[in-house]
Write a protein that binds this ligand. Structure first.
Ligand SMILES: [Zn+2]
Length: 255
């Protein structure tokens, strides 16, 4: 099951049959709805069992229909439990059966409002990349994360240097980071995120020991330092070293 889709599972007993063999399985049922992501207590409808011979092995598939009891959701979803076992041997323990829920809707990630204001397009692209990843599209989701990173960095640099907007939009991210980013921590995170992001879009990988999780981690670190930079500049603008704006001072009676 994709990470983050269903946080908790509880065991529930299911009686069913494969061929002429009756048996009872303990299957994991979700404690959280995979669509509305609220805590639920579901009942089980079914199950339907099918067994597909594959050489000397068999793959048994147990399909169970669930319904979210929340009136605001009330959606049906399917639990699929698959176990592989050797023909003629006992059906494997249910703990070894792989479970998946359909459909599974990704819980939207809440980005820092600073990032949402700075680059709403980054947020949209990042969300779509996460959906692609959730659906197992591991050959293309990295390119989506790489694209989101480019929008984040360019929108950030445009906010810092608005007079260079056209140049920033037309220049590749790597040279932009070298030229415009002065914070060494942001420069480290953003440059390395770009390197790994490029690996997701090119024919050859340069960083073979690194993977998608490393890219996502570096994007998160980049988000952090960009948020800190924007926050610091906002604070500096509202509290300049020259002191409060005279128009904002409160006149003391008799002074
Ligand atoms: Zn629900």
């Amino acid at each position: 099951m994709a990470e983050g889709l269903v946080k908790r599972m509880a065991d529930q007993r299911v009686s069913t049959q494969i061929g002429n063999t009756h048996f009872t399985l303990m299957i994991e049922v979700p404690d959280d709805c995979p669509i509305c992501h609220r805590s639920i207590n579901v009942g089980i409808s079914g199950p339907i069992v099918s067994t597909i011979p594959d050489g000397s092995q068999a793959i048994s598939r147990l399909q169970v229909l669930f319904r979210c009891p929340r009136s605001k959701c009330d959606r049906l979803f399917l639990g699929v439990y698959e176990g592989t076992w050797k023909l003629g041997s006992p059906v494997p323990a249910s703990s070894s059966w792989k479970s998946t829920l359909f459909p599974a809707v990704l819980a939207p990630r809440e980005f820092d409002p600073i990032i949402c204001r700075l680059s709403p397009e980054f947020v949209r692209i990042h969300e779509q990349a996460a959906v692609a990843e959730m659906h197992g599209l591991d050959r293309i989701c990295g390119a989506g994360y790489r694209k989101s990173l480019e929008f984040l960095i360019k929108d950030f640099l445009k906010s810092v240097s608005p007079d260079d907007t056209e140049k920033i939009e037309a220049t590749q991210v790597g040279p932009l980071i070298n030229q415009y980013v002065s914070d060494p921590r942001l420069k480290i995170a953003a440059s390395r995120a770009t390197w790994l992001g490029n690996d997701e879009t090119h024919y050859f990988r340069k960083w073979e020991e690194k993977d998608l999780n490393d890219l996502k981690k570096l994007i998160d670190v980049t988000i952090h330092w960009i948020s800190m930079d924007v926050l610091t500049r906002d604070l500096e603008a509202s509290m300049p070293a020259s002191g409060p704006n005279p128009s904002g001072l409160i006149k003391v009676k008799g002074a």
